[in-house]
Write a protein that binds this ligand. Structure first.
Ligand SMILES: Nc1ncnc2c1ncn2[C@@H]1O[C@H](COP(=O)(O)OP(=O)(O)OP(=O)(O)O)[C@@H](O)[C@H]1O
Length: 405
């Protein structure tokens, strides 16, 4: 992967960080001696960001404006054509590929790379979670807003971006130069640093076995047997009264951790796990036995985020953490009203939230120490909750890895 440039735009559409390593438009691009950053634009009146980039008629600041205009239009076009749930991910020209990631708080991360690079959505998300949130959002010296890029260009953030670009940690190739001398199978284990995914690859054995029955005298090729197994991964329930933000949290959490999001409402629908239709509440009641049978094999393997407003039906032995989301009644009322729920359904949900029905159910069904209650009133809380749960997942995996070894 070759990275040409990187931009961050804030929710006011201002470019708060820009950096260029190579000029995408120059055929024989040369690395710049120093990257161009928004910080240099903010501190230097003859800023390099204002100068045209080598081999390009546009200055970096002009490029940033152009890039923002393009992504803004494409993003809006995608939403208009395919609905609000669809999102713009990338586009490609003959010279470069533009990758796009937008956070729930409307921060926009844009990276220009060579055209062969795979989609970088999850890498940009990782930059957001592991670098931006860590070194900019949580930096006590950094302001809340970043006019002119203030607070974004700190040393740790820049170092992190550098290692991303130079170490190219998202794509790698393992090249083996091994002489196989006998029939002993060789095995290597690859462990994903972020995901904990463990792949055991039997890289094979020289072809004595392969060619036993072959009369061919040509040099034989090693045979490769691939097996894979997952390291242990936790199962998490994210529960709460309808409208508290379960799906919103689960989607972000799945992205941040690589765990699989199981939307129980969707699974029940897809597998017809229904008992009857409740006419009063205008909703189906779920056949819980059928539901559990449907998901049992998958969930028992670990690595799932179970998203449902009911939590106490899942056996204790399946579950490692229960997150109960809580929302202020008036905020919840507005969210449910926006869904056009009938009044009695809204009332029932608001009552359940006031009486903390789901929190009590969780505490009754599972050990107290694995049940946590998190606020979900504001958008910022989604991000901090997801960070917190993702950190828990990471620690859980380390602990369980260590105890396995
Ligand atoms: N912490 C939050 N701050 C602001 N808005 C939020 C928050 N959490 C969720 N929302 C918004 O509230 C609405 C409901 O969220 P969501 O669909 O995630 O809830 P849910 O608990 O999964 O609901 P259901 O159980 O009915 O599926 C969405 O429009 C979402 O964007």
């Amino acid at each position: 992967m070759v990275v040409f440039s990187f931009f961050i735009f804030d929710r006011h559409c201002e470019c708060i960080y820009l950096r260029q390593w190579l000029d995408a438009t120059a055929a024989a691009a040369q690395p710049l001696s120093r990257p161009v950053t928004a910080s240099s634009a903010a501190t230097n009146t003859t800023s390099v960001a204002e100068k045209p980039a080598a081999g390009n008629k546009l200055s970096m600041a002009e490029q940033a404006k152009l890039v923002f205009g393009v992504i803004f239009s494409l993003r809006n076009m995608v939403k208009k054509l395919c609905g609000p749930d669809d999102s713009f991910l990338c586009y490609r020209t003959g010279q470069y590929k533009l990758h796009y990631y937008e956070t729930i708080t409307s921060l926009r991360f844009v990276m220009l790379t060579d055209i062969r690079t795979e989609n970088l959505k999850s890498s940009l998300h990782q930059i957001y979670v592991n670098l931006y949130v860590e070194y900019v959002v949580k930096n006590p010296l950094s302001p809340v807003e970043h006019p002119g890029g203030e607070g974004v260009n700190n040393e740790m953030f820049e170092l992190g971006i550098d290692s991303f670009v130079h170490l190219d940690f998202i794509s790698w190739t393992l090249e083996l130069d091994v002489v196989f001398t006998n029939d002993t199978p060789y095995e290597i284990t690859l462990v994903g640093a972020d995901t904990g995914l463990r792949i055991v690859v039997n890289v094979g054995y020289f072809s004595a076995t392969n060619n036993k029955n072959s009369s061919s005298s040509s040099p034989s090729t090693p045979t490769f047997h691939h097996t894979s197994k997952m390291a242990k991964r936790p199962n998490i329930i994210v529960t709460g009264t309808p409208g508290t933000g379960k799906s919103t949290h689960c989607e972000m959490l799945a992205e941040a951790t690589g765990l699989k999001h199981l939307s129980i409402n969707q699974i029940a629908k897809d597998n017809n796990c229904y008992d009857a239709f409740d006419d009063e509440l205008k909703s189906w009641t779920v056949d819980e036995d059928k539901l559990l049978d449907t998901i049992e094999d998958d969930v028992k393997k670990g690595g799932h985020i179970i998203d449902w407003h009911v939590c106490d039906v899942f056996p204790k032995s399946w579950i490692d953490l229960v997150v109960v989301l809580r929302t202020d009644n008036t905020i919840l009322f507005d969210r449910l009203k926006a869904r056009d729920y009938p009044d009695n359904k809204i009332e029932e949900n608001i009552d359940a939230e006031i009486m903390q029905v789901i929190l009590d159910e969780a505490r009754d069904a599972y050990d107290q120490e694995i049940v946590i209650e998190l606020r979900s009133d504001k958008v910022e809380e989604v991000e901090s909750n997801v960070d917190r749960i993702a950190a828990w997942v990471e620690q859980w995996q380390k602990d369980n890895q260590e105890s396995e070894d």
